[in-house]
Design a binder for this molecule. Structure first.
Ligand code: A2P
Length: 347
């Protein structure tokens, strides 16, 4: 990417839950933006979205939309990424892709800037933004990696906004229908059978994304494979369970980490306090711990409930929370853009 004073951006999926946050994060982090093109499907062409106080008009994406674009932020799903990322790269843009389309490709860096910004070196035009539940886990594990990471067991409590704006609307409608005493299932959450979907309101569903042949869900295997790639620990043991909960914004994770040596909560807390963009909120006497409503709207990762496993001095138990649309998606993508801009200054 060439060095410039200000950069031309495009956001593909600009009308979606993450796309909108990409725009607000560009504003909040004061990124040097020359212009931004808002792209989506033909369904929302002509819609207006405000950026830096100005109404911008959403355009239906075509390959030529990326002409003159320096940095393209993608969050329109894997199919759209497969089609448009190569077209954008052909036209000289660097793509930061929030979908799962390219994450495990050998020549595509998978980046959490606090953890592995070095992986950006020598990219080939596409950089992948990791899965939301992986990103927040990486920020914490990286801060403790000097103790020797051996085995990570993680259960997630994932907000519905991770499934897009339609899931946020569906949960609200299920709750409204329940209050009115009406039938309240929607057609967004996992299917029971061809006619029925599971209710999400007042429920907890141990299924995020589809099941794979090994009995794990796709989301669970993302936690395994993406963690190994980002931490560059191909043999790291990861035992995941991904669960959807009726929360709008913010993923929580109950994490157990076994190290190669005994680690006390005091020492771990000190290490985590020194880590970039990781905030320790851990004072049981004052009832202080992180939770989704607390972190909504922030770009940091939060950790609390730090305890030694009663059965094993080499294992710590943690509770990790982040805003899934921000650190888990848009904020991380914009941080990657900033890291690219920073690198372009020194070429
Ligand atoms: P649109 O609003 O026109 O459907 P979410 O994750 O909140 O559901 O949002 C998905 C985003 O991706 C929306 O902006 C949506 O646009 C966009 N999108 C989905 N499929 C495509 C596609 N095939 N081409 C372009 N944009 C797409």
């Amino acid at each position: 990417m060439q060095k410039r004073d200000r950069y031309c951006f495009a956001v593909l999926g600009a009308t979606g839950a993450v796309g909108r946050k990409m725009l607000s994060t560009l504003e909040r982090r004061n990124v040097p933006v020359e212009s931004v093109k808002l792209l989506a499907s033909p369904r929302s062409a002509g819609e207006k979205v405000v950026f830096r106080g100005q109404d911008l008009v959403v355009e239906a994406v075509t390959p030529d939309s990326f002409e003159g674009v320096d940095i393209a932020l993608f969050s329109a799903g894997a199919t759209a990424s497969q089609i448009y990322a190569p077209e954008a790269v052909k036209r000289g843009a660097v793509v930061i892709d929030n979908s799962s389309a390219f994450r495990m490709a050998d020549d595509v860096p998978l980046v959490v800037p606090e953890v592995n910004a070095h992986a950006l070196e020598g990219h080939h035009g596409i950089i992948a933004n990791p899965n939301c539940s992986t990103i927040q886990l990486m920020v914490v594990l990286n801060s403790l990696r000097s103790f020797g990471l051996e085995h990570v067991t993680v259960s997630t409590y994932q907000a519905v906004s991770g499934m897009g704006q339609k899931a946020v609307d569906a949960l609200a409608s299920e709750i409204g229908a329940w209050q009115a005493g009406e039938a309240n299932a929607t057609t967004i959450f996992p299917v029971v059978n061809q006619e029925q979907h599971y209710p999400m309101a007042f429920n907890v569903l141990p299924q995020c994304d589809v099941f794979l042949d090994n009995g794990y869900t796709k989301e669970e295997m993302k936690l395994v494979n993406e963690s190994r790639k980002i931490l560059e620990l191909p043999d790291l043991l990861v035992s995941p369970t991904a669960v959807r909960v009726p929360v709008l914004y913010g993923h929580a994770e109950s994490v157990s980490v076994r190290f190669r040596q005994p680690v006390t909560p005091e020492v771990a807390r000190e290490m985590m306090r020194k880590s970039e963009n990781l905030i320790v909120v851990d004072d049981p006497e004052r009832f202080e711990y992180p939770h989704p409503r607390m972190v909504e709207g922030t770009g940091e990762t939060y950790v609390g409930r730090i305890r030694q496993d009663l059965a094993d001095p080499n294992t710590l138990l943690l509770f990790v929370v982040a805003d899934n649309l921000l650190k888990g998606a848009a904020w991380n993508a914009v941080q990657i853009a900033e890291a690219l801009i920073e690198r372009a200054q020194h070429v």
